[in-house]
Design a protein around this ligand. Structure first.
Ligand SMILES: [Fe+2]
Ligand SMILES: [Fe+2]
Length: 210
């Protein structure tokens, strides 16, 4: 095994000389030059903790919506199930946004362990009410991060979460509008034909671009 490795190196060197790249090879093996690279401004422990909490919340949301999609699949309402799977995927993109920002800022990411989400509901209205509650809780959490960023003068983190604040307005409105539809068709005692119509509507949801 070791012999095979050596012969590969010798062969590689011979090929390199043949191709006239021996100087580059020498440069690769030269001792590293010591550079005094300035360190990036560190993020506070408080903000690091807050961003890790948001990272966890976005991942939890993805899992929660997957639990809801599962319930709809079990009710044979594939349109509703599709809508919640897309919702879950969107939360995964939010998770990735937070993850990328933390990596770019050199912040220690803590990947959380998650509890299994609820996938047992009494009615369609209950699912949407739970979804709305989830979004409202996350809105409060993101407002707190923004406020913390102002207090600590960590404006990069503050500007980062602004996108999420706007997103939360859309998310809450989305749930509110479907709750409104459900109330109009009878709430907990909704007309089955109207539910089937809504199922077809929700089945058309396309993944968000960008
Ligand atoms: Fe989100
Ligand atoms: Fe959301």
């Amino acid at each position: 095994m070791r012999g095979a490795v050596i012969s590969k190196v010798v062969l590689g060197a011979a090929l390199a000389v043949g191709l006239g790249v021996s100087e580059e090879m020498e440069a690769v093996h030269a001792p590293a030059v010591k550079l005094d690279v300035p360190k990036a401004r560190p993020m506070s422990a408080e903000m690091t903790k807050a961003l890790n909490a948001q990272l966890k919340a976005e991942l939890e949301s993805a899992y929660i919506y997957l639990g809801m999609a599962k319930w709809f699949d079990e009710q044979n309402l594939s349109g509703f199930a599709h809508w919640f799977r897309i919702q879950s995927e969107e939360e995964m993109t939010h998770f990735k946004k937070v993850y990328d920002f933390m990596q770019d800022r050199g912040v220690q990411v803590v990947l959380p362990s998650l509890e299994a989400p609820n996938s047992d509901f009494d009615s369609i209205v209950d699912v949407f009410l739970d979804g709305l509650k989830r979004e409202q809780e996350l809105t409060v959490q993101i407002h707190e991060i923004y406020s913390l960023a102002q207090d600590l003068r960590e404006y990069d983190a503050g500007s980062f979460v602004l996108w999420f604040l706007q997103e939360q307005v859309e998310e809450e409105n989305l749930f509110l509008s479907y709750i409104d539809h459900l109330i109009r068709i009878g709430g907990h005692d909704a007309d089955p034909a109207a539910i089937l119509w809504m199922d077809r509507e929700l089945g058309n949801r396309a993944p968000e671009q960008g």
